[in-house]
Write a protein that binds this ligand. Structure first.
Ligand SMILES: [Zn+2]
Ligand SMILES: [Zn+2]
Length: 263
């Protein structure tokens, strides 16, 4: 399955004529630059002025404001069991033998990373709606990054999915563990309607249920979100939802202007 063409209904009167198929163009904006992060640990240091909602990110080491950005540092180590902990220093507590039929582990292992996310403190819509990069597109509550709906080379996830562990994640060749789909450990632990993290553009990501109803792709725009009130943003905010269907977390690009990630 390649990128799904989306249609816009221009108005009810042009229902039959107003189909505009948008083929998203390649717009490489992978913002990678070298940095160092010597911070480690599981208790985050939270700087002055950081809004409370970011304190929900429990798997990160540092959160602070820098100009108009929130800076978040994380190692990206999942706090749940995974078969990809095999042979690592965490193996004794977090390794689990995944015996599900159909599961086929990839050859990589989980290793700590040095992620520094800089995301807008006050996210805004950006008309460019830049395509999401391969690699991290956001950060989840436990510090594990979200990836987009593609495997290497922008291939569909068709085969990769067999390598997703019990909680929907797997490591890439740099042993960087990530989620392309619902982080099932977080929705199990925090609830189906919970805040799950943020994308690089600063907009929040929520679980697959809202007001007691399962969210489907039909409820969302082509970026995989919509405007509305949430528990954390009672005045309303644009937010993404994870859904059970492709594209799972983000659709055809960021809603807002993406911040940066260094690793
Ligand atoms: Zn992957
Ligand atoms: Zn919503």
């Amino acid at each position: 399955m390649n990128r799904i063409p989306f249609f816009h209904v221009l108005s009810p009167l042009t229902l039959l004529l107003g189909l505009t198929f948008i083929i998203a163009c390649r717009n490489s904006t992978d913002p990678v630059s070298p940095t160092t992060n010597t911070t480690a640990g599981t208790t985050a240091t939270v700087g002055a002025g950081v809004p409370d909602v970011y304190r929900k990110l429990y798997g990160v080491s540092e959160i602070y404001l820098e100009g108009t950005n929130v800076v978040i540092k994380a190692k990206g180590l999942p706090d749940h069991k995974s078969p990809y902990y095999k042979g690592t220093s965490w193996e004794s507590t977090l390794y689990v033998n995944d015996t599900r039929s159909g599961f086929s582990a990839n050859p990589h292992r989980i290793a700590g990373q040095n992620y520094t996310f800089k995301i807008p403190l006050n996210p805004q819509e950006d008309a460019a709606h830049a395509e999401t990069p391969l690699g991290p597109i956001g950060i989840s509550l436990n510090g594990v990054p979200f990836f987009n709906q593609y495997a290497a080379g922008r291939a569909p996830l068709t085969m990769e999915i067999y390598g997703f562990d019990l909680y929907g994640g797997h490591p890439a060749p740099m042993n960087n563990y990530h989620y392309h789909v619902e982080p099932a450990y977080l929705t199990e632990k925090k609830g189906q309607e919970a805040l799950l993290g943020f994308l690089l553009d600063g907009f929040p990501v929520y679980g697959p249920v809202e007001n007691g109803k399962l969210v489907t792709n039909k409820d969302l725009d082509k970026y995989h979100g919509h405007m509305g009130k949430t528990a954390d943003y009672p005045n309303g905010i644009y937010h993404y939802h994870v859904t059970a269907e492709d594209p799972y977390i983000n659709g055809s690009g960021f809603y807002g202007k993406a911040g940066t990630l260094s690793q």
